[in-house]
Design a protein around this ligand. Structure first.
Ligand code: THG
Length: 367
């Protein structure tokens, strides 16, 4: 067919060779990198995540490093969430907004030291943004993309696997907290986190030359628990209500519209980017909100998806922003970004393909 030409515009992960050896058969792009999206059997990969343990190359979750005496100041300027009580070793899910309160990324922030923060970013260029803001505000902080690449281990048996590699201390890690460690001389950060609700860890590789070695250590340790390769699982994340920045958001989406209001603190300092707009939106009330929709019919739709119009009583009320066959619900489900007047229980019509499909709105998460 054709091959991909890696370059500085389309970088490969330190786990690339390992994922090819595992039989990766589909990739997407994210943060100018290739990311595996299938190893050929989506249903098996799904049930392995639900019942066992799965390992994912998520090196595309790049780190934007803030280092210097003003690193904490810059983090608080970038994130409209109160970071004043964030401890070294703690992570927090933070919305990043522009000056209009529009969501521009939704990283996990890791406070590695008082003068060292990582923003583990979704798919948009925050390096540029942080650098510009730092220089415009005259802050003493260096911005870089360090050699750090997360490997996720997810599923109910993930803890047993990760504890067998690093020790029982990983069992005590609280959600989003992390610790530095090493295995076979490979420097890593181990965090309890990951883009699923099945539990698990992320091992942040800090030496890109050791990707295959780390992959094989995790694979070996996971053998007894039936580990296998997977990727951020579309079906599970929709069932669990996890938001995909850029997928479920558009150029006008604010955090309140996509159930991220609980990660916004309106009393952060006034120089936090977007906080004026967010205070205004909070007092006026957002125009849209995010619900689930369960579509009629018990046959999986063809895969491949773009936003579809959602109508109620013949008028457009919003968009279906994702859609998947749920293996546990045996229904096609998705997220609806709709006018706040739309309520759970409302019957709607989704304009999808030639034949519109009926559905019913519901609260998220589905499961
Ligand atoms: N891991 C790492 N970096 C990442 C992601 C990740 N960067 C990009 C992207 N994923 C960030 N997005 C999310 C979205 C949701 C969650 C984590 C990362 C998440 N949310 C929980 C929830 O919504 O229920 C808990 C959040 C909370 O309550 O604090 O876990 O996956 N390294």
């Amino acid at each position: 067919m054709f091959s991909i030409t890696p370059s500085s515009r389309l970088r490969t992960s330190p786990f690339f060779e390992a994922t090819v050896a595992e039989g990766v058969c589909a990739m997407t792009t994210y943060n100018l990198m290739l990311m595996p999206t299938s190893y050929g059997n989506p249903e098996e990969e799904y049930w392995r995540l639900i019942n066992g343990v799965s390992m994912w190359d998520v090196a595309v979750e790049r780190q934007v490093q803030l280092k210097g005496p003003d690193a904490g100041r810059l983090a608080q300027i970038l994130a409209p969430r109160d970071l004043s009580r964030c401890k070294v070793g703690q992570g927090k899910y933070v919305p990043l907004c522009n000056h209009r309160g529009v969501l521009i990324n939704d990283p996990i922030l890791l406070k590695r030291a008082d003068d060292l923060y990582w923003l583990s970013i979704a798919d948009s260029n925050i390096w540029f943004w942080a650098e510009a803001i730092a220089r415009e505000r005259g802050l003493r902080v260096e911005i870089s993309e360090p050699d750090v690449s997360p490997l996720a281990v997810q599923g109910p048996k993930a803890e047993a696997v990760v504890a067998s590699i690093f020790g029982d201390w990983v069992r005590e890690l609280k959600y989003f907290w992390f610790r530095e460690a090493a295995v076979s001389g490979i420097p890593v950060v181990v965090a309890r986190s990951g883009w699923s609700k099945q539990g698990g860890f992320e091992i942040y590789l800090m030496d890109g030359s050791r990707g295959t070695a780390l992959w094989n250590i995790v694979k070996e340790a996971g053998q007894a628990h039936g580990i296998g390769p997977g990727n951020p699982n579309w079906c599970e994340r929709v069932e669990s209500g996890l938001v995909a920045y850029g997928g479920d958001t558009d150029g006008e989406t604010n955090p309140f519209e996509v159930r991220m209001g609980r990660y916004v603190d309106l009393d952060v300092p006034d120089d936090t980017i977007g906080i004026g707009a967010l205070r205004r939106i909070a007092s006026e009330g957002p125009r849209r909100h995010q619900l689930g929709v369960v579509l009629d019919g018990a046959e999986p739709f063809a895969t491949g998806f773009s936003w579809s119009d959602i109508e109620k009583d013949g008028r457009k009320i919003g968009d279906l922003t994702n859609c998947t066959w749920s293996y546990r619900m045996r229904r096609n489900i998705g997220f609806a970004l709709v006018a706040t007047a739309a309520r759970p229980g409302d019957e709607v019509l989704v304009r999808r393909g030639a034949v519109p499909v009926k559905g019913t709105l519901c609260e998220l998460p589905f499961l």
